[in-house]
Ligand binder design. Structure first.
Ligand SMILES: O=P(O)(O)OC[C@H]1O[C@H](O)[C@H](O)[C@@H](O)[C@@H]1O
Length: 547
């Protein structure tokens, strides 16, 4: 189905020319209840969307669009385990991983809950054994350091969550994440590790990913080089994967493999066995709390009416900004240092999911889909790229996220952080007119001529949209809810755009082309390339020769 042919799409296109061009200042002046009207709440998260470029008619038309294209129906199909990932013939059931209701889900015609519970129990037992010291390294020392080797979805989720939950780290535990095939990543990490106390979690859904396999083999060599035998490998290496044949071929025994299933997408997998390094760092209970926070958001998404449904509204507003108002990017701005990897995590979650230009029916979309996602923690971003956000020629909607209470109260640090979290969207919305800038300059003692010259530079257009997410404290529960909010937001947008948010064929071509080039770099073959690639290969070879 082409969503652009619906009635609501036509209405929204018209509204883009009217309501889409109103200044937010005006909209606030006109409607004193705007904040109440456009703020929503669920699972410990409060979303203020009143500074988004929306009006009542826009919201109505967006909800109408969701209905016309069948977002709710697709959500039901997803939760029911139908293969909504049509290009790969797979279900999309990561929600089942944070649920425990028997009979609720069906994966390939059967209830997956038994299998899920099985792996969960094994993960819990393993975690408890490692953390209590019952399970030790080959030389009898406790395994206090985890090195996770994985990339993409087998890295970004666990890194982001372990960083976000630093206040929950169990004392004496350490965790590192190696993802890049650049040897520097592994070498610099292992420099800080003791082979006797290190546990490697080799995380790969497919267990064929070049970067991960290369790093895993090198890690094993490092381990063996420390004087250990092949038999000792079992005490220090576990695998997190769906591919049991490949884990066996690597030499990891079945009892050290924590499995998951092809209905868990890589970028939606931190709730599965891929979350083991999280549980090994913060303990099983906190990991379960993370799952239950996400589950609370799932329930809300499934059960709340459309006009109060946080992920639905968050998704629709983002889609309005992107597709109808032509805003090309989204800035994710956590005002919480612990969330410093959230923008990177969401880059994969969002851009790999909705960075598509073909609809499910194979036809070109013909409208803008997934935005460019970037971001940094506030206030660091303020001192870097906010200039462009405030005064640049491109309008970039911002998503600001903050906890009201800090885990690390220190003087008035948190009040200062929060003041910035509150002031930035205010500044983006209100702006400063040229007249106001002129008056301010005059008040500061500038001459008329000087004030006139500088006023255009000191004016802010304002009317720049933002959404603010507020929570009391960043806990495993609220973090789980926040991640699930984004997952479902991505689902909603993909459902309206009609793209398959769950495949990622766009990452394949580069991988394929790297194979023959690798052979050329190793002088095992000659290749046939365009002039630029051939020239670069020759230049790389010559720079490497004689070194
Ligand atoms: O977990 P793996 O099978 O090793 O995959 C790791 C990553 O590799 C691929 O390139 C995909 O684009 C990602 O979605 C995936 O998360």
């Amino acid at each position: 189905m082409n969503p652009a042919e619906t009635k609501s799409w036509g209405v929204l296109s018209q509204l883009a020319e009217t309501d889409g061009k109103r200044h937010l200042r005006e909209l606030f002046a006109e409607e004193p209840g705007r904040f109440e009207r456009f703020s929503f709440e669920a699972a410990g998260l409060f979303l203020d969307a009143s500074k988004a470029q929306v009006t009542g008619p826009v919201m109505d038309a967006l909800l109408g669009l969701a209905e016309e294209v069948g977002v709710e129906k697709r959500r039901r199909r997803m939760f029911a385990g139908e293969p909504i990932n049509e290009t790969e013939g797979r279900s999309v059931l990561h929600m089942a991983l944070r649920d425990n209701r028997d009979g609720k889900y069906k994966a390939d015609g059967a209830d997956p809950m038994g299998d899920i519970e099985d792996v969960r129990q094994r993960m819990k037992a393993f975690c408890d054994a490692v953390l209590s010291g019952d399970r030790r390294g080959a030389t009898g020392k406790p395994l206090t350091t985890v090195v996770n080797i994985g990339i993409g979805g087998s890295d970004l989720g666990p890194v982001m969550v372990t960083e976000a939950l630093k206040p929950y780290w169990i004392e004496g535990r350490d965790v590192h994440f190696v993802s890049n095939v650049d040897g520097t990543h592994l070498v610099e990490t292992l420099r800080r590790c003791d082979p006797e106390t290190t546990l490697f979690t080799i995380a790969s859904k497919t267990f064929t990913t070049q970067e991960t396999m290369t790093n895993a083999h090198s890690a094993r060599e490092w381990f063996l080089a420390s004087g250990r035998s092949e038999a000792d490998v079992a005490s220090h290496f576990v695998a997190l994967s769906t591919n049991h044949e490949a884990t066996a071929a690597f030499g990891i025994e079945e009892e050290n493999v924590f499995g998951f299933w092809d209905w868990v997408g890589g970028r939606y997998s931190l709730w599965s066995a891929i979350g083991l390094p999280i549980a090994l760092t913060v303990g099983w209970e906190a990991f379960e709390d993370l799952l239950s926070g996400a589950h609370a958001m799932d329930r809300h998404f499934e059960e709340a009416p459309a006009d109060k449904n946080l992920p639905l509204l968050f998704g629709l507003i983002g889609l309005w900004h992107r597709t109808f108002l032509d805003m090309p990017a989204v800035a994710v701005l956590p005002y919480d240092q612990s969330l410093h990897r959230l923008p990177a995590y969401l880059q994969q979650a969002d851009m790999e999911s909705n960075g598509k230009s073909r609809r499910l029916d194979g036809l070109p979309a013909g409208y803008e889909t997934g935005p460019i996602v970037f971001g940094e923690p506030g206030t660091n971003g303020q001192h870097a790229f906010y200039q462009l956000i405030h005064q640049g020629t491109t309008v970039i909607p911002c998503e600001l996220i903050a906890p009201a209470v800090s885990h690390n109260p220190l003087g008035d640090h948190h009040e200062k952080l929060l003041a910035n979290f509150l002031a930035q969207p205010e500044a983006l919305m209100v702006g400063v007119t040229e007249d106001e800038a002129f008056t301010q300059l005059k008040e500061q003692g500038a001459s008329d001529e000087e004030a006139k010259r500088l006023a255009p530079h000191k004016a802010f257009p304002g009317g720049r949209p933002s959404l603010s997410v507020l929570m009391q404290k960043l806990t495993p529960e609220t973090l789980g809810a926040l991640i699930a909010l984004y997952e479902h937001k991505i689902f909603v947008q993909g459902a309206v755009w009609g793209v398959n948010s769950y495949d990622q064929f766009g990452v394949e071509l580069g991988k394929v082309l790297a194979k023959p080039i690798l052979a050329e770099l190793k002088n095992e073959a000659d290749g046939d390339h365009d002039a630029s690639t051939a020239g670069l290969i020759a230049r790389v070879r010559s720079l490497r020769s004689g070194v």
